[in-house]
Design a protein around this ligand. Structure first.
Ligand code: NI
Length: 441
């Protein structure tokens, strides 16, 4: 054969072997394909290794130095570009064309101040710190998704932004990631949380409100200390604070719509140190929760009015403080309705529609909500319960909590599939209502 004919055949062979998978891959085939990829022994063992490394070295919010170093090294090994540090210990990874549309997938990285009680080869080496909420698994699943996406980058019709976020457990890391520009140009964001009570292979979700918004308050109620046997010479802040606690309970029971779920709990009450001394002051504090910014604002205003007013009835003064830099107020987690349909399609293709279940809203808070204030976002629950286990699993935030590693491929493949399919469908016509915005707190 002539040289030109050889060149022609080589070109044809090249085109055949290098043709993009997307050319003959139906979008519905992507989720199961990704799940199979993530379940391969090589990928699964790699994820298990990463998760155990993070587990034995738990770090609290904004101290995730080793965790983000590990993420950085893994992204480098995969040839994925990244930005680090972001918001202190956070990190952003970028996979795809570098061009719009941009879609983000997020994991939280921080551990809890808790002594681990589970014995294993990879038990926490940091006394008083533990990954008791499974964020070690969350980080691993996002790295797993990164590997899936990088291996299948020919499927990406745009750019996936990997958001490794610090300080979810009260530090408002999401807000700091936003301030650092993480969501600039991003059209939609997805996140997940593991649930040890939901069976492995199932996911749970809902459109609209999923988790409450939350705020904290702390009040100092000041009177005048004195002898406990001569109360007429003192102004008793313990009695005043006790009445404040009772009055606060009436905000939910008497002032709010019974169909609007609210919580107000006084969880802290400190004052006095002797049997025979009336103290000068008492400190009380607690949390309030609601599913709308309007209800949160109402509670915040009334908590202050009730504390100050009720303290005055007993001749005491009161000052009330709300959210702090360390503990900012969290907005409610509200899922975008169009992204809910997207999630149902993608998760249904991977796990079967019977395994995509409904989720009842919870009064717990999740700082993913900060992202959802700015762009359409979707947060879902990943089942991790080992169906063969007889005993009731330890719950999140328990010193006996143990993350089921068999869930790693499912979470990784879901993250990757949601992003790829979003980009594909966003080219075909936006899967989200981009006019959507929530009220900012
Ligand atoms: Ni958590």
């Amino acid at each position: 054969m002539s040289n030109s004919r050889w060149a022609f055949l080589i070109c044809i062979a090249f085109l055949f072997f290098c043709k993009p998978i997307s050319a003959d891959l139906n979008p519905s085939e992507i989720p199961p394909k990704f799940l199979n990829f993530a379940k391969k022994a090589e990928i699964f063992d790699w994820m298990v290794g990463i998760r155990r490394k993070i587990h034995e070295n738990p770090e609290l919010g904004y101290q995730e130095f080793e965790t983000s170093n590990l993420i950085k090294q893994e992204l480098e090994k995969m040839g994925i570009s990244y930005k680090h540090p972001v918001a202190g210990t956070g990190l952003l990874g970028f996979i795809g064309s570098g061009q719009p549309p941009f879609v983000a997938i997020r994991a939280d990285m921080d551990a809890l101040a808790l002594q681990e009680m589970v014995e294993s080869d990879y038990k926490s080496k940091n006394d008083g710190k533990m990954h008791a909420c499974g964020h070690d698994g969350h980080v691993t699943m996002l790295l797993g998704a990164a590997r899936i996406l990088q291996e299948h980058r020919n499927l990406l019709k745009g750019t996936v932004v990997l958001v490794f976020q610090p300080a979810e457990e009260g530090g408002g890391g999401a807000r700091k990631m936003i301030e650092a520009g993480s969501l600039d140009d991003v059209q939609a964001i997805f996140g997940l949380h593991n649930d040890p009570l939901l069976p492995l292979g199932q996911v749970a979700c809902r459109p609209g409100p999923l988790a409450a918004g939350s705020g904290i308050f702390e009040a100092e109620i000041s009177g005048k200390g004195g002898h406990a046997a001569i109360p007429q010479q003192a102004i008793d802040p313990i009695l005043a604070a006790s009445n404040v606690v009772v009055s606060l309970q009436q905000l939910v029971s008497r002032e709010s719509d019974p169909l609007d779920s609210l919580v107000l709990t006084v969880a802290k009450f400190r004052g006095g140190g002797a049997f025979n001394v009336i103290p000068d002051s008492v400190t009380i504090g607690g949390t309030f929760r609601a599913f709308s910014v309007k209800s949160l604002r109402y509670l915040k205003q009334r908590i202050e009015e009730v504390i100050v007013g009720q303290a005055a009835v007993q001749r005491c003064n009161a000052t009330v403080a709300f959210d702090t830099e360390e503990m900012p107020m969290y907005p409610p987690t509200v899922n975008d309705k169009e992204l809910h349909k997207h999630f149902q399609r993608v998760a249904g293709d991977m796990l079967g529609t019977a395994n995509v279940t409904d989720y009842n809203p919870v009064m717990g808070a999740e700082d993913f909500s900060f992202y959802q204030e700015l762009i359409p976002g979707y947060f879902f629950i990943l089942g991790t319960r080992d169906k063969a286990a007889q005993e009731q699993p330890a719950l999140l935030h328990s010193p006996y909590f143990s993350f089921n590693e068999d869930a790693l491929p499912v979470g990784a493949a879901l993250h990757a599939s949601l992003a790829v399919r979003y980009l594909l469908e966003s080219r075909a016509g936006s899967p989200t209502d981009n006019g959507h915005r929530h009220d900012e707190l």
